[in-house]
Design a protein around this ligand. Sequence first.
Ligand SMILES: *Cc1c(COP(=O)(O)O)cnc(C)c1O
Length: 386
Amino acid sequence: MAAPEHVRAALTARTRGGPPLCAYVYDTAALRRRATQVRAAFPPGTTMLYAVKANGHPDVVRALAGVCDGLEVASGGELRLALAAGARRVVFGGPGKTDAELAAARQAGALLNVESEHELRRVAADRAPAGQPVAIRVNRAAAAPVGSHAMTGTPTPFGVDEAHLPDLLELAGRLGVPVAGFHLHAVSNSLDAAGYARFVTDALAWSRSVAARHGVDLRLVNVGGGLGVDYRGAATIDLADLGRRLHGAALPGVELIVEPGRVLAADAGWYAAQVLDLKTTHGRTFAVLRGGTHHFRLPAAWGYSHPFSVLPVDRWPYPWPRPQVAATTVDAVGELCTPRDVLARDVPVARLRLGDVLIFGRAGAYGWDISHHDFLRHDPPEFIVL
Ligand SMILES: *Cc1c(COP(=O)(O)O)cnc(C)c1O
């Protein structure tokens, strides 16, 4: 899928001189459009938070803070980012919170997702005598919907095992920490709207029955994020279908909270890198990029080839013939001195010239943010915010 014209134009403008192009492009209008679509997939009144870890660029966070009801954070650094972005509401989660982070969350008025007994005791000590309500993150016995990673129904460091929940709720009562509800984030990158809808409906029903059994005054159910995009193709979880399936799913008097990251940010970002060299060794053709997995680690981390389109660049500043290949397949590799620095393999190209630019779409979530920037100390990419 080619990048939109305004993205191509912004990149082309940067190939007319200066160092080889290496850039992330983030489109704030695309962020806002997607936020509207995602909101429509949940029942009216749902609280939609953006999970900052998907993309913590301050302009991205500010754009999404403006159109979402708040932000979900999982570290002291993300909390500071969220406050600087003017978040209306903050939810603080994560399996390893320090005392300083718990205190900062309290001062910010953030809703805490408590993930263990030790954490509950520290919250009680920090908030005594009167506490703000918390949510308990639960690793349910039920399996998560199908996606790239499952967070519940399986051993993980996240949340409290459902089997230990009765003891934890009893302890919360003794410690005087009010429990407002449950956090049930279960899956990453799910493309199955029917499965995701069943998960949400089931999360609400389960929360209501557990709350009734243990005397919890249920105020909120947070189902987390996990709405997916298919990096190898054009598919996104069917938001319209999800909306139909979740019609009327809300429980009266119980706030439904969702925390999408990937589905909000993925399609508002592009990673672009100019071809620095083009060579064939032992029968395989490599396009060596100004950039690589130290900027965009996702395909290497997940073990797939990330699709790209070619942005032709006519400028050729050298007096010798320009290397090029036609009607062949290439591997798109980075500038790092490791054979693992691969963004895509065996991709057919009609024509590719040294100096053309490869544009990788769907790079707005878990792109720059999960990458090992300092390995080999190359200059970072430019960040172009539209
Ligand atoms: C990562 C994460 C999210 C966002 O997940 P996506 O798959 O990007 O939608 C939401 N909530 C929690 C607790 C997370 O850890």
